[in-house]
Design a protein around this ligand. Structure first.
Ligand code: B4P
Length: 194
């Protein structure tokens, strides 16, 4: 089972991806996590990505596609498939993924699109920052209302174009991401297990 999750920032993509990994034994590839790890490690790629991530802008397609290509080629036999969380985010990333998966003979089964109102995203991002603070963890550099505004504009400009792309390929499934965490998991499970 090979799945892509798309949705605006803070919609809960990472939260659901972690659950799907545990439930179905999928390999989890989060481009956001890969970029944050590279930034923390101070690699050349991380230094290149930091400015864009901090500003709420998208990192270049070239960098992100390279990261995904690298991770997918390391997929183990024991993985029952993969879940791509936060990738693709642009049409050119979607086209690159399509050709990469063709080369690797790993067809995509579902593209799960998270549908949610902007007001709830603001609340969730604020709560994520509070939770980090309470747990003594650093707050994400892009978890501020100002940066969220830019990330939402990026989503509307680039990522929303993916909906017709995947609709045409009959892969798109919508979930109501404003529901509680268990409910969203159940909605996704209902079509994965169909
Ligand atoms: P990401 O790491 O993908 O981050 P995200 O969109 O903010 O979060 P997500 O939707 O996963 O929300 P979460 O589960 O945490 O991207 C970060 C940055 O990296 C981007 O802005 C960009 O710069 C760069 N980047 C990443 N991929 C890229 C690409 N492909 N191309 C270019 N650049 C790229 O949930 C948020 C909060 O809500 C949590 O606190 C959670 O507990 C809570 N929550 C989740 N589900 C809930 C629910 N159902 N009800 C109530 N609360 C819920």
């Amino acid at each position: 089972m090979n799945i892509v999750i798309i949705g605006p920032p803070g919609a809960g993509k990472g939260t659901q991806a972690e659950r799907l990994v545990l439930k179905y034994g999928l390999m989890h590839i989060s481009t956001g996590d890969l970029l944050r790890d590279a930034i923390k490690a101070g690699t050349i790629l991380g230094r290149e990505a930091k400015t864009a991530v901090d500003a709420g802008e998208l990192v270049s397609d070239e960098v992100v596609i390279g990261l995904v290509r690298d991770r997918l080629s390391k997929k183990q036999k024991a993985d029952h498939g993969f879940i791509l969380d936060g990738f693709p985010r642009t049409l050119s990333q979607a086209a690159a993924l399509e050709s990469l998966l063709r080369d690797l003979a790993m067809p995509l089964d579902h593209v799960v699109a998270f549908d949610i109102e902007v007001g709830l995203l603001e609340e969730r991002i604020a709560r994520r920052a509070e939770q980090s603070l309470r747990a003594g963890k650093p707050i994400r550099s892009d978890d501020s209302p100002e940066v969220l505004k830019i990330r939402l504009e990026e989503f509307a400009r680039a990522t929303a174009a993916l909906t017709p792309f995947y609709e045409q390929r009959r892969l798109l499934r919508f979930v109501d991401a404003s529901a509680d965490v268990d409910d969203v998991t159940a909605q996704i499970g209902s079509f994965l297990e169909r």
